[in-house]
Design a protein around this ligand. Structure first.
Ligand code: ATP
Ligand code: MG
Length: 894
């Protein structure tokens, strides 16, 4: 059975049993500071499980895209771990519990394939339950009929679930499938987890846990008021069972990638391996790693992650590099991704058609990353070669751990490659030293991650406020002021207070508010809240937990109390200017796509009063003429004065309408769509103008690169755009006045002026040279006799450039009778320094004189040139006469 069909049957089974079908959240986990990627189906439902939000349905089913980076080292070595995989899950929010979850699961896996089930043999199924969960044991045994000897009781590590923080927790029941004796020893999951493969985990959220250490050591505080079900069935694991293959790298969605890699590298997959994962040949493990990682890279880039040196981008980079390196280790040295990625696309696009549509963009990022890594490898190899040569010539048989670590850390050069190349050269590597340094680095990273965890604690005050009064209603789409009650005041570190006095800054929560909390790139509203006898000025508005709008405010008059009613009024001028920017951003986004293609997707934005910043992905820059076209088209849309309309609809309908959604943004089942006429349609929670004409004017100021593949456009909107243009116009008019020409001719006139100026400078230079040289004859006539040598020692006229000085010296020399030995010394002053040029003729050389020696004599050894002509300088300007005197003296003494 194809993977896509397993997915379809899973969804159909639970939909038929009253579950709402919920789409997968994107891979980047954006609402949890502790999680880079979604790693389970339940992640998008966490606010419902924690009771932070009311679940919009009592039963849900999904097939969630997941990434588990901790499993990276298992890939290819076990039969069942992918870095990317899909988790089928059914969820109950206070609805059915253990009995329902167990029978829904049992029905699906044992129902015959002809009847739409998976048709597994009941005899091969082994459930596990938590040590003291007799209830689950009895359900498996009595309700379903599994013999007691196939129901295994397991401890906290395997069969108890919590999120590691206070909140819901409970026992689990995992379902294993016995793949037969060829995969390992008999005796159930306790004996061999490869033969007995876990494919489904049922979590029974039953208790409330307290604070404690991690996931195993904590107190149980009591029963949860409403019990929940969270399950996860590995889609790939079920596929490997139903397709009768040894492992999940051989299923229909992965195997073709593996085969292509085998073809490229000339390896015969499986030739040397047994059935069990533990009997795998290293080449086969590498082929599986390649297949898994290439697929993961495709899915990650597809969901908007791009390779980088931190966070999500770094995970992607590591995974891609590992795939590329594995290909090379198997013997293929050329670019591999252009061969493999299209195969992955063809495997995955039946379930994810967007991958095919978006493949141009995805492949551009992937191929560029491979090229960059290949050049890293080349550079690393050179550095490694140098290190090897050094070790050899120092007679050391081992490369130091520091060196290996440096190669790894600085150049991203993988250790096994270092080992391999060193071994080829007959050297060993101090691996222990290397691993020590790696361990140090890892514990530093862990400490970092630990520090970040406190984010949970900080939010608890806000969660408390949310729990007490429910979500705050935002009324600002239609209102600019609103009467409401002060629900809570928080001072300092989230401590609730009853009252805040004049001058104090507090966080204030209202039951309903027209204030927009910063989000989706849109800046918050500012304004005033008048409560009883007091008034506060709103400085910032944020949403620290979904559903809770918090005003940071300063009490400017009187005092405010919890529970009092008040009037909240936003700064309308500011809001209008922000809304204009937000609508303008949508228009710029759509227009960029019109000109650059679908791949120009938004990567970030800022909507501030009167100005906007729009970041977008594109592998190439945007030419000035395209930018001008974009600007014009945006302004044409303003003139059409299209109606801006927002409405709530289902995610599916929004997609059908072609609404643009942002990467990495999680949208609920209900989404808000903002459309500008028929021109732009986008999922958006922000505020907008009513008609595009209200924007007045959009002026793009700049377009630039802000990172690999990401560009930024900045623009002004409305009156700010007008002011900018008006100012520019004033400037041009002023120039036109100065030139006394019409505005259109200013540029020509400036060009003309610049070229005239250049000509004049040239002319000036010529005149200056003439002036300098003009004195040459007079200077020559003034030659004095120094021991039979005609000596001229003069200072060059002020302003003479270096060239002029040299030419002057040569000119003077030329004006003296060649039969007479002659030495000409010209000193010059410029920039506070004195310099000296000495020229002499052949007759002087015949007397044993040398220009070079004379300059050196004058400048105590500094200066350069030959016997005929030499120069030097760098002494203080007032020494110019002394230089000439020294030359004369040197001639006298020669
Ligand atoms: P294991 O012990 O085999 O690593 P797990 O206990 O980590 O599994 P759960 O966290 O319970 O798994 O996830 C629920 C289901 O998701 C598992 O039963 C399995 O089918 C699937 N699953 C978990 N991790 C992976 C993975 N790395 N690749 C593929 N499927 C996985
Ligand atoms: Mg696991």
């Amino acid at each position: 059975m194809k993977t896509a069909e397993i997915k379809r049957r899973y969804l159909a089974h639970f939909e038929a049993n009253g579950h709402a079908v919920v789409p997968s959240a994107p891979l980047p986990a954006i609402n949890d500071p502790n999680l880079l990627f979604v790693n389970a189906g339940m992640v998008q439902f966490v606010p419902y499980f924690l009771g932070q939000q009311a679940a919009p349905y009592q039963r849900a089913v999904s097939v969630q895209k997941c990434i588990r980076t901790p499993d990276i080292d298992e890939v290819g070595k076990t039969s069942r771990h992918g870095t990317f995989f899909q988790m089928n899950g059914n969820f109950s929010f206070g609805d059915y519990f253990k009995s329902g979850a167990i029978s829904l699961a049992w029905d699906l896996i044992t129902k015959s394939q002809a009847d739409g089930g998976f048709g597994l043999d009941p005899e091969r199924i082994w459930p596990t339950v938590y040590l003291d969960d007799d209830e689950a044991f009895e359900l498996w045994h009595k309700q379903v009929g599994v013999p007691a000897e196939r129901i295994v009781r397991r401890g906290k590590k395997d069969n108890f679930w919590s999120m590691g923080i206070p909140g819901p927790c409970g026992p689990c029941s995992e379902i294993f499938y016995d793949r037969g004796p060829e995969f390992g020893a008999q005796g159930g999951p306790e004996v061999d987890e490869d033969r007995y493969m876990e494919f489904w985990n049922l979590v029974f959220m039953q208790y409330e846990r307290g604070a404690g250490a991690g996931k195993e050591d904590f107190p149980i505080l009591g029963d949860l008021p409403a019990k929940n079900i969270d399950t996860g069935m590995g889609l790939e694991r079920m596929a490997s069972i139903l397709q009768g293959v040894d492992n999940l790298y051989e299923i229909d969605e992965v195997r073709p990638i593996l085969d292509r890699a085998a073809e490229l590298t000339g390896k015969r997959y499986g030739a040397h391996s047994g059935h069990a994962a533990s009997e795998s040949h290293p080449d086969d493990v590498r082929l599986r790693v390649i297949a898994d990682h290439v697929r993961t890279a495709l899915m990650l880039i597809g969901d908007g992650v791009t390779p980088s040196n931190e966070g999500r981008g770094y995970v992607l980079r590591r995974i891609m590099r590992r795939a590329i390196r594995s290909v090379r280790l198997l013997g293929w040295q050329e670019r591999a991704l252009p061969e493999l990625l299209p195969v992955a696309r063809d495997c995955m696009s039946p379930s994810y058609p967007e991958l095919a549509e978006d493949f141009d963009r995805i492949s551009q990022y992937a191929y560029a990353e491979e090229d960059a890594f290949l050049s890293t490898l080349r550079a690393g190899t050179t550095i490694l070669d140098t290190a090897i040569a050094e070790s050899k010539s120092a007679g050391k048989p081992a490369l130091t751990g520091e060196r290996a670590f440096q190669l790894h850390d600085t150049y991203g050069f993988p250790i096994d490659l270092t080992l391999e190349i060193a071994a080829e050269q007959g050297l060993t590597v101090d691996e222990d030293g290397f691993r020590r340094l790696m361990a140090d680095q890892r514990s530093r990273a862990k400490a970092d991650a630990q520090a970040r965890k406190t984010g949970h604690v900080d939010l608890s005050a806000y969660r408390g406020v949310l729990d007490n009064g429910g979500p705050v209603t935002f009324t600002g789409y239609t209102e600019v002021s609103r009467e409401s009650k002060v629900r809570a005041l928080l001072a300092g570190a989230g401590v609730p207070v009853e009252v805040a006095g004049e001058g104090e800054t507090v966080e204030l929560v209202l039951d309903t508010t027209p204030f927009y909390a910063e989000g989706g790139g849109q800046q918050p509203d500012l304004g005033l809240i008048t409560v009883g006898g007091g008034q506060v000025e709103v400085l910032d508005v944020q949403q620290p937990v979904p559903g809770l709008i918090v005003h940071r405010a300063r009490v400017v008059r009187g005092e405010v109390r919890t529970g009092e009613a008040g009037l909240a009024e936003i700064d309308v001028t500011r809001r209008r200017a922000i809304s204009r920017s937000h609508t303008a951003t949508h228009l710029v986004h759509q227009t960029m796509r019109n000109f650059l293609g679908e791949s120009a997707t938004q990567a970030g934005s800022l909507n501030a009063p009167g100005r906007l910043r729009f970041d977008f992905n594109t592998p190439t820059g945007v030419s000035p003429s395209v930018l001008a076209d974009v600007e014009q088209q945006v302004n044409e849309v303003l003139l059409s004065d299209l109606e801006v309309h927002a409405f709530i609809t289902s995610q599916a309908e929004a997609r059908r309408l072609g609404a643009m959604a942002l990467f990495g943004e999680k949208y609920g089942e209900e989404v808000r769509v903002v459309e500008v006429g028929d021109y732009a349609r986008e999922l958006c929670g922000g505020t907008h103008v009513a008609r595009s004409g209200q924007l007045g004017l959009v002026k793009i100021l700049s377009e630039s690169s802000i990172g690999s593949g990401v560009r930024r456009v900045e623009a002004l909107v409305g009156i700010d755009a007008f002011r900018f243009l008006a100012k520019e116009h004033l400037l041009v008019s002023r120039l036109a006045d100065l030139y006394r020409v019409p505005n259109e001719q200013v540029a020509d006139r400036v060009e003309q002026t610049v070229s005239q100026l250049r000509d004049a400078e040239k002319e000036l230079e010529k005149l200056r040279a003439q002036m300098v040289l003009g004195g040459a004859a007079a200077f020559a006539a003034g030659a004095r006799d120094v021991r039979g040598v005609a000596f001229v020692g003069v200072e060059a006229p002020e302003g003479a450039a270096g060239n002029d000085v040299r030419t002057l010296a040569q000119e003077i020399r030329g004006k003296i009778d060649a039969a007479r030995p002659a030495v000409v010394a010209v000193a010059a002053r410029s920039g506070g320094k004195a310099s000296l040029v000495v020229a002499l003729n052949a007759a002087a050389k015949g007397r044993g004189l040398s220009a070079g020696d004379l300059v050196k004599a004058a400048l105590s050894g500094r200066g350069g040139g030959n016997a005929d002509l030499a120069q030097g300088g760098g002494v203080p300007a007032d020494q110019a006469p002394t230089l000439l005197g020294t030359v004369e003296k040197a001639i006298a003494e020669a």
